[in-house]
Design a protein around this ligand. Structure first.
Ligand code: ZN
Ligand code: ZN
Length: 324
């Protein structure tokens, strides 16, 4: 609250106390709602997918970006440590191929903004001590493992160790699916969903979203623009496996909504309990045409068949899944 000029300190204190009294009198639930309103707009929104130092964006810019978008809760997803290996494509994929920073930065920043920032735990999946590094941050309160974005087979022994760790700590695993680049073997992934039924998996990125379409037969096409035939691999995984969720973030999530709006309405309805809002954009604007995150919120608001479905996707599903 800004204290107006020529406003006596005594009056200011009286006024502030009166407002505080009024807020307390409307009860605890409304009180929390009022706080969320002042912080992030009319309705709370959970962003499950952001990064620190994303393409060089500062912490101050990231915070302003999130607040401008109307985000009340943000999960920061760390990169693995920088290494030169096949799984990082000779170092090209370090920093999640986006200059994103790692566990310690996300953890420290989340500690500075309790209740507003949360953090994930991550490591290059095939490093010998990957699970020890991830476990260190799970013990510190990481909400999930991810984003897992490395050149490895999705059912490799190394990835399965990570799934087992997720099961032990009861946290989801968020995976970046990109054909011939990150997490190989999407068509076999259902076997992991069956082998680890207690682990919740969150699908993200180009190959995940392109495969909502049953007619998607050229896996090298990452941002298809054609109309969608329902029943693609992704549509089926969401329908058939209770432990499969979808992260709406990035250009790929946005494209999946905009390429065929009629299909999108049915898709949001079918999977209303499985879809989670994420932004994953690196801009410092937080609104308008330069911000994919803002465009995804607008698309979800436009295409959700009911207000209740919109609220599930922007807030309630993530609140429940991550126990925020
Ligand atoms: Zn990603
Ligand atoms: Zn943005």
């Amino acid at each position: 609250m800004t204290r107006p000029q020529n406003y006596s300190r005594r009056k200011f204190i009286q006024h502030t106390a009166a407002i505080a009294g009024a807020v307390i009198s409307i009860g605890a639930t409304r009180n929390v709602y009022a706080l969320q309103q002042t912080r992030g707009g009319a309705e709370p929104i959970i962003d499950i997918h952001q990064h620190t130092d994303y393409h060089g964006r500062s912490h101050a810019e990231t915070l302003a970006h999130q607040r401008t978008m109307g985000i009340t809760h943000t999960i920061l997803l760390p990169s693995g440590r920088p290494v030169n290996s096949d799984s990082t494509h000779g170092g090209k994929s370090n920093g999640l191929q986006a200059k994103a920073t790692g566990n310690e930065v996300c953890y420290a920043l989340a500690k500075q903004y309790p209740g507003e920032y949360f953090f994930g735990a991550n490591e290059v999946s095939d490093l010998p001590d990957a699970t020890q590094e991830i476990e260190k941050y799970l013990k510190l309160g990481a909400k999930l493992i991810g984003e897992s974005k490395f050149g490895v087979e999705c059912d490799s022994p190394e990835m399965q160790k990570i799934y087992q760790l997720a099961q032990t700590y009861d946290v989801p695993v968020l995976m970046h699916w990109q054909h011939n680049m990150y997490n190989y073997g999407y068509e076999r992934f259902y076997k992991m969903l069956e082998k680890y039924p207690k682990v919740n998996f969150i699908g993200h990125a180009q190959t995940w979203w392109a495969n909502i379409d049953k007619a998607h037969d050229d896996q090298t096409v990452l941002y298809p623009k054609s109309k969608v035939t329902a029943g693609g691999i992704t549509d089926r995984l969401l329908a058939d496996y209770p432990n499969m969720y979808g992260d709406m973030s990035a250009g790929s999530g946005l494209n999946s909504l905009l390429r065929d709006e009629e299909h999108a309405k049915g898709f949001l309805k079918r999977h209303q309990d499985k879809l989670l809002y994420g932004s994953d954009c690196a801009d410092a604007v937080g609104q308008g045409d330069k911000c994919d995150g803002a465009k995804i919120i607008a698309a979800i608001r436009k295409l959700s068949p009911t207000k209740k479905i919109e609220r599930k996707i922007l807030y309630n599903n993530a609140k429940k899944l991550f126990r925020l």
